[in-house]
Ligand binder design. Structure first.
Ligand SMILES: Cc1cc2nc3c(=O)[nH]c(=O)nc-3n(C[C@H](O)[C@H](O)[C@H](O)COP(=O)(O)OP(=O)(O)OC[C@H]3O[C@@H](n4cnc5c(N)ncnc54)[C@H](O)[C@@H]3O)c2cc1C
Length: 405
């Protein structure tokens, strides 16, 4: 079949790799120039590497080589000490990941066309006349919007403000640092992703953002303020990735959580952020985008013409919607926890670190934070109590699933 992947992000490129392996004629069109993307490093965990190894060993080996291993999680609440928690994972520069996938796609015969945005309804575009169009054009997907009546997307806009920056300080542990400003709390999600850089995402409430004047400041002034607020954590290193024009605003955003009732329509199928997003605080969007590509490849195995597409795309949609349910729940709880920070921030720092670590729990919003921490401690000490605790969590989860939330 002739297949066009719109968008050269992780979903579009990896789908191209896997479908070219099956002998399809694949083109990737990407509106950015080669070597240009948004964002910095992204985290992932061992299960992703395992499924990449199964799907395409050569690119998996390169991704594993380029991965930066971080160990442990540090929670620092200003003036109240620091708690280190055992955990660990990997991260990789987004650009490095895309370079690996682009080279692998080209090696398998995929045509990659950069600096070419294609719009739905552009009948003159031969690539959109393919047997299958994979709309992997990110959260703002024009292809999804054009098919909105059939795909029924809904978007939930978070209230917190965030900006995705980087720094030359290399964190070997994942750092959550909370700092108090004259207008309220700000915090960073920071982790190394190569030998010279770390991701440094700053988040705060809209009241803090406006109260500090970040809504009106240009890049130079914002940088000076953020570097001062996080001075202890940046350790003399600069924040990087800001606009070069000192007067230009920083790209602050509110996270948009997207859900689509349907993922395909006619010969267009959604993949990655075009189909769904999960709040960045659970670090799973890239893993899910690659998982979509793997499931799409599996569903299309053996399909040789357009007649076989509806059944295959229906299977892909069902598999991925089911697989995404736990991440959607975790992401929603995690995002709400961070929007509700004032509820937790005044607990002692050990309790705060536990609450932060458990922020995906569906029970947490329904119990006073200190009671939750005590109940967990008891549950961790006693086998019987642990079983009751897991049953309570499972009941809460199934109630949410029944309510469809
Ligand atoms: C602050 C932040 C931190 C994150 N951290 C993590 C993390 O730690 N771990 C993790 O797993 N995920 C993380 N994510 C999520 C992750 O970045 C996305 O889920 C992932 O990039 C989705 O991949 P994608 O291929 O679907 O979309 P994208 O990466 O957005 O790629 C879409 C591509 O389509 C192109 N495009 C758009 N329109 C057109 C068009 N009309 N024609 C041609 N090309 C087009 C775009 O230029 C882009 O290159 C984070 C996200 C944010 C916002």
């Amino acid at each position: 079949m002739r297949i066009t992947s719109v968008g050269g992000g992780p979903a579009g490129l990896y789908a191209a790799v896997l479908l070219a392996q099956q002998g399809h004629d694949v083109t990737v069109v990407e509106r950015n120039p080669a070597g240009v993307t948004h964002g910095w490093g992204v985290v992932f965990w061992e299960p992703l590497l395992a499924s990449l190894r199964e799907s395409d060993p050569p690119s998996a080996a390169q991704i594993a080589d380029a991965a930066f291993a971080w160990n442990g999680q540090d929670v620092d609440v200003e003036g109240r000490g620091r708690v280190a928690r055992p955990s660990g994972g990997y991260s990789i520069s987004r650009q490095r990941l895309l370079d690996i996938l682009t080279a692998r796609a080209q090696e398998l015969g995929v045509r990659t066309e950069f600096e070419r945005g294609v719009a739905p309804g552009d009948d003159l575009d031969a690539d959109l006349d393919a047997d299958l169009v994979i709309a992997a054009d990110g959260v703002g997907s024009a292809h999804r919007r054009a098919l909105a009546d059939d795909l029924a997307p809904t978007v939930d806009v978070g209230t917190n403000k965030y900006v995705w920056l980087a720094t030359t300080k290399v964190y070997t542990s994942f750092l959550f640092a909370f700092v108090r400003s004259s207008a309220g709390w700000l915090w960073c999600h920071a982790y190394g992703y190569d030998a010279d850089h770390s991701t440094f995402i700053v988040e705060c409430s809209p009241e803090t953002w406006r109260g500090l004047g970040l809504d009106r400041m240009g890049a130079a002034e914002s940088r000076e303020l953020l570097e001062r607020l996080f001075a202890r954590h940046l350790d003399g290193h600069p924040l990087v990735g800001l606009p070069t024009d000192p007067e230009a605003p920083l790209p602050w955003l509110e996270f948009r959580t997207l859900h689509c009732e349907r993922w395909w329509c006619g010969r267009t199928v959604l993949a990655g952020d075009a189909a769904h997003t999960t709040h960045f605080a659970i670090g799973s969007g890239t893993t899910l985008a690659l998982g979509d590509a793997i499931a799409l490849g599996r569903a299309l195995a053996g399909v040789t013409d357009a007649a076989g597409l509806p059944a295959a795309l229906e299977q892909y949609q069902a598999e991925r919607q089911a697989a995404l349910a736990p991440s959607r729940r975790d992401a929603r709880n995690s995002a709400r926890w961070l929007e509700d920070l004032e509820r937790y921030i005044d607990t002692d720092v050990d309790s705060f670190a536990t609450l932060l670590h458990r922020r995906c729990s569906s029970l947490l919003a329904h119990l006073p934070p200190t009671i939750y921490v005590k109940a967990r401690e008891v549950a961790e000490r006693s086998g019987a109590a642990r079983r009751v605790w897991s049953q309570a969590s499972a009941l809460r989860r199934s109630a949410l699933v029944r309510r469809g939330s």
